[in-house]
Design a binder for this molecule. Sequence first.
Ligand code: MTE
Ligand code: MO
Length: 362
Amino acid sequence: MLNPFRKHPELIVHGAHPLNAEPPLPKLRASYLTPQDLLYVRSHGDVPKLDGAAHRVGVDGRVARELSLSVADVQAMQSRTVRAVMQCAGIRRADLRAVRPVKGDPWAAGAIGCADWTGAPLGAVLEAAGAEAGEGLHVAFMCADTCQPSDGGAPYGVSLPMSKALHPDTLVAYAMNGEPLASEHGFPLRIVAPGWAGVRSPKWLSAITVQDRPSGAHQQAADYKLFPPDMRPDTEDLSRGITIEAMPLNCAVTAPAPGAGLKAGGVDVEGYAVASDRAVVRVDVSADGGRTWTQATLEDHGASRWGWTFWHGTLDLPPGEHEICARAWDAAGQTQPALPDDTWNFKGYLSAAWHRLRVTAA
Ligand SMILES: Nc1nc2c(c(=O)[nH]1)N[C@H]1C(S)=C(S)[C@@H](COP(=O)(O)O)O[C@H]1N2
Ligand SMILES: [Mo]
């Protein structure tokens, strides 16, 4: 099985080996479902070259029957398509870095995309193996890539608590928007754990193990923790880190661009908003750094629990410099913090303050 996909030439590349890249925001906002060549790529090691016809995924641990599944075996199981956002825990890290130095690539607001993912529910795979399903169990995943030495130097590994593993929308996926997964996105099989940080959606899946503790692999045990604001690299204490799972409410302006020179008068502003599994119920935009706000219009792309929300609005900009802001509200009436300073952490995760950009009107 040859994999035909290549990434879009306009991606903003943070690192080529391994590939870490995100699309320009106006391109990302051009379609509700993100084309596969435009989806950001976050990799801890080089893309493994896997043969889809020969690839196997083992299922073991607390199971009645160990399995070794081919891609065809997974495709022969019940199939389910789930519309869901994939986003990195490091999205918008650049805003935190502007406050104080942080570790990791300076992702902008493009480390996100929304797609129709097709696969077998992970729960169906576990059931086929006769897996135990008790509360307190974890489903650990091993992958076929080898992470950089600075990321543990071992195969990528993470886990999901059993309740998330058994959610009917958690998939062993083989297709994105009806196409086979591209090599960069996990060909031939990956997990999709909707609403959770991308780190919990392992690509190039090679083994599934049911066990009584979270994965001991570097990505689960030692990375992707939300640390308190007073911690620094030299005082890192894993026991004070929160394991990043569900993603926070977030919102980004995809046009105009930061620094844009605009014609004074009514200016169109547009973007996306996303909540983990609550609905986005409102987006507000401001032309004066958040002192006054105008309600934006939410676009209707049909109900989808794990999708994102596109919005647009108009701001009246007199000649001069302006700070445009956008913030979203969720179904519990919660909104985002005003400043990146409010949630700064030295690893630069979960950056979700009001999105701000300066523009000039003339
Ligand atoms: N095997 C493997 N799975 C992985 C990763 C990786 O480096 N190796 N990166 C994770 C992270 S941090 C994210 S944000 C998502 C990114 O998925 P994408 O590259 O398909 O957009 O994949 C996750 N799954
Ligand atoms: Mo990520």
